[in-house]
Design a protein around this ligand. Structure first.
Ligand code: CAA
Length: 269
């Protein structure tokens, strides 16, 4: 296997490659990895660049550096003097990052070790699922600042935990620990420490990578696009995605291998 490579995407975001796995790290620990416009732009570039690589990327881990926070929110200092129109632009940039994460065909796991608050939780919610250390905490504290969630919290949090729980978390701004986050379905799994968190996330991506890449990408596309739609329109998306699977070589290989009682040899085509 090639040596892992590291690419800087602006001063505060790093992308490390380990074969077909990418680790994206927000590295601004002095501000608990708060999402300044520069960090958001660097994240956007990072995910768009990974998307352009197509099936060369089979999984991404998104994390924060410093051991205290995944991300403690949008950068509060950078928002202090914004006009309403600039506030909308700030929100739009966060939404573009979330869309880039959701648009990546490969799964993205949010690896949360510490605070995931406000825009930080919203960034994690744009990922396919959230793994966390036991010491992590989660919340949408925007109302404490006179704000509301601006990077997708009103949309994705209810999908993750249900409307009533999302309202409770957003109206109170209350922080919850990893155990409660698991209980309400916000976090998929929690781990004793950061090393165990990354080992667990890598093990999950290994399981995913054994499968046909186009099928995983199609499943993600349908799951993301169908979320929140009415049944009839959501099922149309699934029908189209199911049909698209028949266009892939891996689907024909997978079905043939089952019939011939052998292990499939997927190529990603
Ligand atoms: N933006 C900018 N700077 C931040 C930040 C943020 N969201 N969160 C933390 N920091 C900075 C602090 O200002 C502090 O910097 P200085 O040392 O220069 O003063 C440094 O990070 C360390 O933070 P604290 O000293 O506050 O650390 P603590 O352990 O006492 O508290 C905390 C930790 C509870 C996470 C606290 O920092 C906090 O409440 N942060 C803000 C959380 C928040 O409100 N997030 C939502 C932001 S709004 C948003 O995200 C809108 C949206 O939806 C798009």
């Amino acid at each position: 296997m090639a040596e892992p490579s590291i690419q800087e995407n602006g001063p505060d975001v790093r992308v490390e490659r380990d074969g077909d796995l990418a680790i994206v790290t927000i590295d601004r620990p002095k501000a608990l990895n708060a999402l300044s416009p520069d960090v958001l732009s660097a994240l956007l570039t990072a995910f768009e660049t990974l998307s352009a690589e197509g099936s060369a990327v089979r999984g991404v881990l998104l994390t924060g550096a410093g051991g205290r926070a995944f991300v403690a929110g949008a950068d509060i200092r950078s928002m202090a003097e914004l006009t309403p129109e600039q506030g909308e632009d700030a929100s739009r940039l966060g939404h573009r990052v979330a869309a880039a994460i959701e648009g990546l065909p490969a799964p993205v796991i949010a690896c949360v070790d510490g605070f995931a608050l406000g825009g930080g939780l919203e960034l994690a919610l744009a990922c396919d699922f959230i793994y966390a250390t036991d010491a992590s905490s989660f919340g949408q504290p925007e109302v404490h600042l006179g704000l509301i969630p601006g990077f997708g919290g009103t949309v994705r949090l209810p999908r993750a935990v249900g409307l009533a729980r999302a309202k409770e978390l957003i109206y109170t701004g209350r922080r919850i620990d990893a155990a409660e986050a698991i209980e309400i379905g916000l976090v998929s799994r929690s781990f004793a420490d950061r090393d165990a968190l990354f080992a667990g996330a890598r093990a999950t991506l290994d399981e995913v990578r054994a499968n046909a890449a186009p099928a995983v990408g199609l499943a993600k596309r349908v799951l993301v696009d169908a979320a929140g739609r009415r049944t009839e329109s959501a099922t149309e998306l699934e029908i189209a995605g199911f049909g698209d699977a028949f266009r892939t070589e891996d689907m024909h290989e997978g079905v043939a291998a089952f019939i011939e009682k052998r292990v499939p040899e997927f190529t990603g085509a």
